[in-house]
Write a protein that binds this ligand. Structure first.
Ligand code: ZN
Length: 409
């Protein structure tokens, strides 16, 4: 009984504490332990990881279908932590899945168990104000060490400003944004709440409103959007990063939308892009990943088979048939698992599946104009006070972020 309560307490503390807290607790309880930080290597799967580290593979086979899918979400290059005792035996492993969750393996007296824990992070509100010196892209990186912020800013203005033609040295920009900080380092995608860039004496504004970007007139900035990837009978599971299960006392996550559809239903590319993966991917079974513009990727899983000619490096247009609905990888019934990623982090596809851009009118526009007032005020203050953003350390975990050469000066 004592033992049970003791373990329960540790589990509770683990959920509350950040990584450091967990490891501190363990080194205190179990004597000398050593922490190793490693990078998930290319081609490594959760199964090969278990085998290599002599952890029983039943840990994988006993997982729920949802958690099997999660193990297929581990990104090549992601930093993860292993805690070993003085004999080199694994005590704990923490592997990040996206921005909000991590897989946690622990060895207790009863053997290994696995669960998912929420990643603990802080959200920092930042304002950046600067005169453009070399290019907006480079200046933002120099001031913040945040390549993702620079990309996001440039992408949001690429339809309205010709950076090469319109910008002059000394033009101004302001960005109001939030950034997740974990263990003192930036991680995950920044969210730009509002921004302004002044060129030739004209101020251009963009605001994030209900998850999309709009200009000062309430016209949506056309950016990335997706079309429906297949005809479906119903949505059998929605996107969730963490949902606390009140009975099982675990966090559930599902990083995509499940479209239930008969076996053989054609699956279409949701936007133009290049196939970067077509093969088997752990719990996802037969899986296709397509890379699109602006750091977006889409994932199509559990396919019965691929369409003819679909392979790596193949460019596909929106609507092109790339495969067929199946039930490979796991067997909860035929469905398409459809995932969307921005800079390798899963986001909800439901907010992005749409036909065209919107123009706010009437009461919706009124609401929007009220909403943006506080940002205009903040931008004004930033311009008057020369607010420089805090330069953070670089990112907490490796992400491939490509510089888009067409977009900077
Ligand atoms: Zn799914």
């Amino acid at each position: 009984m004592f033992r049970y309560n003791f373990e329960k307490k540790i589990r509770f503390l683990m959920i509350k504490y950040v990584l450091v807290g967990i490891f501190f607790l363990n080194s205190f309880l179990f004597g000398t332990v050593t922490l190793f930080e490693k990078k998930w290597s290319k081609g490594e799967t959760f199964l090969t990881f278990l085998k290599e580290n002599k952890i029983p593979i039943r840990l994988y086979y006993n997982l729920s279908p949802e958690n099997k899918e999660l193990t297929a979400e581990i990104i090549t290059g992601v930093k993860y932590q292993i805690l070993k005792d003085e004999k080199g035996n694994i005590k704990q492993v923490l592997i990040p899945i996206g921005e909000k969750l991590e897989l946690h393996i622990e060895k207790s007296s009863k053997g290994y168990f696995i669960n998912t824990l929420p990643i603990t992070y802080e959200v920092k509100h930042r304002i950046l104000e600067t005169n453009i010196d070399s290019s907006p892209y480079q200046d933002i990186i120099n001031l913040t060490n945040n390549r993702l912020l620079a990309n996001e800013f440039i992408q949001s203005y690429k339809k309205s400003i010709n950076f090469k033609r319109d910008l002059r040295k000394g033009d101004k920009l302001v960005i109001i944004y939030t950034q997740k900080i974990r263990l003192g380092e930036q991680f995950g995608n920044p969210t730009i709440e509002a921004s302004m860039i002044e060129t030739k004496g004209v101020k251009h504004y963009i605001y994030r409103y209900k998850g999309r970007y709009y200009n000062a007139k309430g016209q949506e900035i056309e950016s990335f959007f997706l079309s429906q990837p297949c005809k479906y009978t119903r949505i059998s599971d929605r996107f969730t990063y963490k949902r606390w299960h009140p009975i099982l006392h675990i966090y559930r996550a599902h990083l995509g939308i499940d479209f239930a559809a008969p076996i053989g239903t054609p699956v279409h590319a949701a936007a133009n892009g290049t196939v970067i993966f077509a093969g088997r991917k752990g719990g996802y079974g037969n899986c296709i990943i397509i890379r699109h513009i602006d750091g977006y990727k889409t994932l199509y899983a559990h396919l019965k088979k691929f369409a003819r000619g679909i392979r790596r490096r193949k460019y596909v247009k929106r609507g092109k048939t790339i495969g067929y609905v199946g039930t490979t990888g796991l067997s909860t019934g035929p469905h398409l698992h459809f995932g969307l990623y921005k800079n390798n982090h899963a986001i909800n596809p439901a907010n992005t599946i749409k036909i065209s851009k919107s123009y706010l009118k009437g009461s919706r526009k009124k609401e929007f104009l009220t909403y943006i007032k506080k940002y205009n005020q903040k931008i004004k203050i930033a311009l008057n006070n020369n607010i420089k953003s805090k330069k953070e350390k670089s990112f907490a975990y490796y992400m491939k972020v490509k510089r888009d050469n067409n977009l900077s000066l």
